[in-house]
Design a protein around this ligand. Structure first.
Ligand code: GRF
Length: 226
C-alpha cells in the first residue's frame, strides 16, 4: 500500500530556489502525495541549498565548473539516482540535459519555464516578451525531453503585460504564477493523474491540448517574493 509520501521528488536547482520554496511550503501546508527527498544544485552558492537545509532536506552539489560536460552529467546521474526518485523537478537548473540523461527517466522529469511556450524558449524570456510587444506573457510546466524547453506542455498560466512593465515587474508577476502552478502540477503527477504517452499528455484520462491546461491564477495568493 502506498503512503502519502509515495512520490519521491528530487529538485534540481541552480540559484535562488523560490520555486523550491513554493514546493517546500506546499508540502508543509497541505497533505500532499509527494515529498522532497533531495535537492541537487549545479552551483555551490545557490541560495536554494540554504532553503533546503532550513527545511531539513538532503542536498548535493554537483558543481558544473569542476567537470567537463560528460563527467558533469555522469556525476549528476549518480547524485540523482542516489535519491531513488519517482520524479525529477527542474527549478532553475541552468544546465542542459542530454538525450542520454533524459532517456534514463522517461516522463519522469518536469521543468518550469517562464514563458508561454512555444514562445521564448531559452533565456531572458521577460526581456524578449517586452521587446516583442506581447500583451500576454506567463509560465509553462512541461515534461522534459532532449529538445530544450520543447517537451510536451502540461499547463500554462497567462499574465498580462502592463504598459509600464519593466523586466522586474513582469518577472514578479510571472513568479507569482510559477509558485502557484508548480506545486499543483507536481501533486497531479504524484497522484498519478498525469500521464504522458508518446508525447500525448492526459490528466485524469482526458487528453490535453498542445498548450496543456490553461489555468487562471487565484487572486488570493501572491508570493512572488519567496
Ligand atoms: C524560474 O523563473 C523558472 O521558471 C526558471 O528559472 C527560474 C528559477 O527561479 N526555470 P528560482 O530559482 O526557482 O527562484
Amino acid at each position: 500500500m502506498e503512503t502519502n509520501s509515495a512520490c519521491r521528488v528530487v529538485v534540481l536547482i541552480g540559484g535562488n530556489g523560490s520555486n523550491l520554496q513554493a514546493l517546500i511550503d506546499d508540502t508543509r501546508q497541505h497533505n500532499r502525495s509527494y515529498s522532497i527527498v533531495g535537492v541537487i544544485s549545479h552551483r555551490p552558492d545557490a541560495y536554494g541549498l540554504i532553503r533546503a537545509q532550513n527545511a531539513s532536506i538532503a542536498t548535493t552539489v554537483v558543481d558544473h565548473r569542476q567537470y567537463d560536460a560528460q563527467a558533469f552529467e555522469s556525476a549528476l546521474l549518480d547524485a540523482v539516482k542516489a535519491y531513488s526518485p519517482t520524479l525529477i523537478v527542474m527549478a532553475g537548473f541552468m544546465r542542459i540535459l542530454t538525450a542520454e540523461f533524459v532517456d534514463q527517466f522517461p516522463t519522469q522529469i518536469l521543468n518550469i519555464h517562464p514563458s508561454l511556450l512555444p514562445k521564448f524558449r531559452g533565456l531572458h524570456t521577460h526581456q524578449r516578451a517586452l521587446e516583442a510587444g506581447e500583451t500576454e506573457h506567463g509560465v509553462s510546466v512541461h515534461y522534459v525531453t532532449k529538445e530544450l524547453d520543447g517537451g510536451p506542455i502540461i499547463a500554462q498560466i497567462k499574465v498580462p503585460v502592463l504598459p509600464d512593465d519593466e523586466v522586474d515587474t513582469l518577472k514578479d508577476r510571472v513568479f507569482t504564477a510559477e509558485h502557484w502552478l508548480y506545486p499543483q502540477v507536481v501533486e497531479w503527477y504524484a497522484q498519478k493523474r498525469l500521464k504522458c504517452v508518446e508525447n500525448i499528455v492526459t490528466l485524469d484520462g482526458e487528453r490535453l491540448g498542445p498548450l496543456g491546461l490553461q489555468l487562471t491564477l487565484p487572486t488570493v495568493r501572491s508570493n512572488a517574493n519567496l
